[in-house]
Design a protein around this ligand. Structure first.
Ligand code: CMP
Length: 138
């Protein structure tokens, strides 16, 4: 599983109609989509997904935002997937994201930052399994 990562195209990018462009950038960067679905998180599910941040001051805001509209969840495959995908999306705060990154192009703020990317191989597997059964992971 070390060549896989997990992503969500968040409610802000979905609402603004950037899903297709972001998936295009993901494909152009050499990632293969091995699972994908458009869905909407309940507050409970968003809270569960981001439970690791429960003690942070922004947790309530994060859960509200992530349950505010549809998202696209996907598992991506590529050599060195976790690290390479984090390079493609750019820094969490779009103000600090490098030119040409997804967040530089499409994110408005640190809270509404267009995309999620796993931060480790272990979390990539946990997060992918949160959304997809083994039968849905190709
Ligand atoms: P993500 O990569 O999905 O992982 C955790 C999320 O918490 C992060 O992207 C941001 O959207 C959000 N986040 C991190 N720091 C802050 C902050 N200071 N204020 C609001 N949201 C934040």
């Amino acid at each position: 599983m070390s060549n896989r990562t997990f992503t969500m195209i968040k409610p802000d990018a979905t609402k603004k109609g950037h899903t297709g462009a972001i998936l295009g950038m993901i494909n152009a960067a050499g990632f293969k989509i091995v699972a994908m679905k458009m869905t909407k998180l309940s507050k409970e599910k968003a809270g569960e997904f981001y439970a690791v941040h429960a003690a942070r001051p922004f947790y309530g805001e994060l859960v509200e935002f992530m349950s505010s509209g549809p998202i696209t969840a996907a598992i991506l495959e590529k050599d060195n997937a976790v690290e390479d995908f984090r390079k493609l999306i750019g820094a969490t705060n779009p103000a600090e994201a490098a030119d040409g990154t997804i967040r530089k192009l499409y994110a408005a703020s640190i809270g509404e930052n267009a995309v999620h990317g796993s931060d480790s191989n272990e979390n990539a597997a946990i997060e992918g399994d949160f959304f997809f059964s083994k039968l849905e992971q190709f």
